[in-house]
Ligand binder design. Structure first.
Ligand code: KIV
Length: 263
């Protein structure tokens, strides 16, 4: 029996067992991560942690499709969310055309788009045309340049009201779940309680319906900076350094390869 969650089983997790979402960018890690994750997100964060760029803005549709396709191949039994990159959903037509391209060229189960009430018409158009949508509200990494940095949201009463309005708009437009990023915990809780689809948090406290982390952050591979909300479950960078230093030393001293590694 397939272990892959369906849209309806994800919706049923509202207020129930928290959803575990992790980003993945390639088949190798997708296979490993899918053993414990309910959903894999091929986030445009790959532009930073995989491609070495300083933000997500320059990620392209073709780049996303390449990575989504690899993740789906590595984890065929796991629900895969594909981020739509910056500039690929500026209006209804471009959103649908680009989402269809993702669906036709990969096995993605849904797309994710950043934005609140201002994007509700796009969410509605995509869902009406058979593309499932995961929303993304709060801190929107694709707005980093227009906002002049990564700003935590929900700090004022007005921001709280806006966030609740955004969540309602995205839900009414047909999204089946949404990510809420970089929001004061008590506000994220109110947002989650105000709608009936799952709200998956990142930097939004524990009173939501699930969590998502960027895998290279949580495994300690990404060292450029560590946001406050990241917990490192291992120190990947130092494990890799140690292993590769041993390899280098053994190559130089001819301790590797040994007889058992030789034909
Ligand atoms: O691109 C990404 O990885 C994301 C997460 C930060 C939610 O959108």
């Amino acid at each position: 029996m397939s272990k892959k969650l369906s849209i309806s089983s994800i919706k049923k997790r509202k207020g129930q067992e928290p959803l575990v979402m992790i980003t993945a960018y390639d088949a190798l890690f997708a296979t490993l991560l899918s053993e414990s994750a309910d959903m894999l997100l091929v986030g445009d964060s790959l532009n930073m942690s995989f491609a070495g760029k300083k933000d997500t803005i320059s990620a392209t549709l073709d780049q996303m499709i390449y990575h989504v396709s690899a993740v789906c191949a590595g984890a065929p039994e796991t629900f895969v969310v594909a981020d739509m990159p910056f500039g690929t959903y500026i209006d209804k037509e471009s959103a649908l055309k680009n989402a269809i391209k993702i669906f036709q060229e990969t096995q993605a189960d849904c797309v994710k788009i950043e934005g609140g009430a201002d994007k509700a018409n796009l969410v509605e158009y995509l869902t009406q045309n058979g593309i499932a949508v995961c929303g993304h509200i709060g801190l929107l990494p694709q707005s980093v340049r227009s906002e002049g940095g990564y700003k935590v949201k929900g700090k004022t009463e007005l921001e709280k009201i806006e966030l609740i309005k955004d969540a309602h708009a995205i839900e009414s437009a047909g999204a089946f779940c949404m990510v809420i990023e970089g929001v004061k915990a008590e506000v994220a809780k109110e947002v989650a309680e105000s709608i009936s689809i799952p709200v998956i948090g990142i930097g939004a406290g524990s009173d939501v319906d699930g969590q998502v982390l960027v895998f290279s952050d949580m495994l300690g591979f990404f060292e450029a900076f560590t946001p406050k909300f990241v917990k490192k479950y291992m120190n990947g960078a130092s494990l890799v350094r140690k292993a590769v230093a041993s390899y280098a030393e053994e190559v130089q001293t001819k301790a590797f390869p040994k007889k058992e590694h030789t034909y």
